[in-house]
Design a protein around this ligand. Structure first.
Ligand code: NDP
Ligand code: 2IT
Length: 453
């Protein structure tokens, strides 16, 4: 680690103790920026790095609610409003028992650079709760969402802060959250994205993150004169991002052979075709069951439960060409990265946020494979959120084809900008540096223009 990186990281760690995911996200970006800061000492004088690392505002609040047994439950709610230099705070809400302030700071920080890459005017934020929607009735989820919104509503608005979904927050939750927001504000505005199609939502928003991650992989492959046609792909997770990743890989002629949840993964060597995917969507989005059931329905597949005694995830040991990690952060460790390379994987496009630990990233970069980091590869989701905001402002809705073609153009632009920035700053082919540098420059310049605020 250089003196520059170690001095910044010592300061970040002292100021933000016990937030390892936030440290990890910050360190990766700062490492990419050494040459940028050397060429632009004005950013150093203006303390841009120190300011970009410090959230503009953090809201943290109690969320008391009553469960179906009449018992009172207490959760914690958060919204990290990280940076508004280029637009209103924008980013998802995560409901998962593992959520801490540090988790949301890492996600909000990533979101700043990701949103900057989308070409659209959106600042970065993230929020959520340690509430676990698993095993809760629809009524419990509704009461929790209403209690959560009873505090958060006052901080939101179409020109202030616009949440959307993330882990544990899908169409159902956005409906309950938006309904309570509208009641409290007494106005119908586009203060959320991921809304239902009949009440201000955009076509293709549910598909956008998964589709975007596949388009990003296709762009990287096109640079080598290849396509996804005939490629075997590993996908982790089985939620929103994973489902639409499989759908788009199928459309482009590839084959996905895995899906997972936090209990284990399934391997289907024949591929998860359209019919099987429709069944998975019903299992996960309607019945809210476990992926293990796949093997009872589709005989040729095998199920492997997560084994906490192992130092690697068996999902990443299958032979394949491409991998789309689409579950959660740090789901690919150094050993997993080694296994992926050993199994022939040479394209990794991250649907999840920060799914690969730094040692894994290093292995991918050293091996010279096509590695698309989350803040570039999964930016399609928030990009279509930006398009939803535009449609809401215009009070009109675009067709599927219109939104999908804009999404494809945005992903092409992100890919190009990352490639160019990597070349300009001395690391051609390194999309990690490219994404961090290009995402940073736009926000940093806006901050310079706007003075010390
Ligand atoms: P969902 O809640 O729809 O699905 C999450 C999936 O990941 C589930 O299969 C879940 O399994 C699994 N998972 C979650 N946490 C863990 C964990 N700690 N260990 C193992 N598996 C886990 O979320 P999304 O599909 O929306 O999000 C997936 C990833 O994509 C996240 O990293 C998110 O930040 C990122 N992302 C999402 C975007 C979006 O538009 N939704 C946009 C950009 C990025 P189980 O059911 O067992 O918990
Ligand atoms: O991580 C992400 O980019 C998201 N969860 C989507 C954010 C959004 O506002 O659509």
């Amino acid at each position: 680690m250089s003196d520059f990186v170690s001095s910044i990281m010592a300061w970040v760690k002292a100021k933000n103790p016990a937030e390892p995911e936030f440290h990890q996200a910050v360190e990766e970006v700062v490492e990419s920026l050494e040459l940028v800061i050397e060429r632009h000492p004005e950013y150093r004088t203006a303390r841009i790095l120190e300011r970009i690392i410090e959230p503009e505002r953090v809201i943290m609040f109690r969320v008391p609610w009553v469960d179906d047994q009449g018992e009172i439950q207490v959760n914690r709610g958060f919204r990290v409003e990280m940076n508004s230099a280029i637009g209103p705070y924008k980013g998802g809400l995560r409901f998962h028992p593992s959520v801490t302030l540090g988790t949301l700071k890492f996600l909000a920080y990533e979101q700043v650079f990701k949103n900057s890459l989308t070409t659209l005017p959106m600042g970065g934020g993230k929020g959520g709760s340690d509430f676990d929607p698993k095993g809760k009735s629809d009524n419990e989820v509704m009461r929790f969402c209403q209690a959560f919104m009873n505090e958060l509503f006052r901080h939101l608005g179409p020109n202030t802060d616009v949440p959307a979904g993330d882990i544990g927050v899908g169409g159902r939750e956005i409906g309950f959250l938006f309904g309570q927001y509208k009641k409290l504000m007494n106005e119908f505005t586009g203060a959320f994205t991921g809304k239902g199609i009949n009440w201000g939502g955009s076509l293709i928003r549910p598909e956008a993150t998964g589709y975007g991650a596949v388009y990003f992989a296709a762009e990287m492959l096109a640079g080598r004169g290849e396509s996804l046609e005939g490629k075997t792909c590993l996908v982790s997770g089985s939620g929103n991002v994973a489902q639409f990743t499989v759908e788009k890989v199928n459309i482009l002629g590839g084959k996905c052979v895995t899906l997972s949840d936090s209990s284990g993964h399934i391997y289907d060597p024949e591929g998860i075709d359209e019919k099987k995917l429709a069944w998975v969507m019903e299992l996960k989005n309607v019945r809210r069951g476990r992926i293990q059931e796949y093997t009872e329905q589709w005989g040729n597949a095998t199920y492997t439960a997560v084994d906490p005694r192992l130092d690697s995830n068996q999902l990443w040991t299958h032979k394949a060409d491409c991998a789309f990690p689409s579950a959660t952060q740090n789901e690919i460790n150094g050993k997993d990265a080694q296994n992926l390379l050993k199994g022939g994987v040479y394209v990794v496009s991250e649907g999840a946020n920060m799914p690969t630990v730094p040692e894994g990233v290093k292995r991918f970069l050293d091996a010279g494979i096509l590695y698309g980091p989350g803040k570039a590869a999964n930016a399609g989701g928030v990009a279509v959120s930006g398009l939803e905001m535009s449609q809401n402002s215009l009070r009109m809705s675009w067709t599927r084809e219109e939104v999908d073609s804009r999404l494809q153009l945005i992903i092409q632009s992100i890919h190009q900008v990352c490639k160019d920035a990597a070349e300009r700053f001395g690391s051609p082919g390194n999309y990690v540096n490219g994404a961090n540098i290009a995402g940073f420059l736009k926000v940093a310049d806006a901050m310079m223009d706007q003075g010390v605020v």
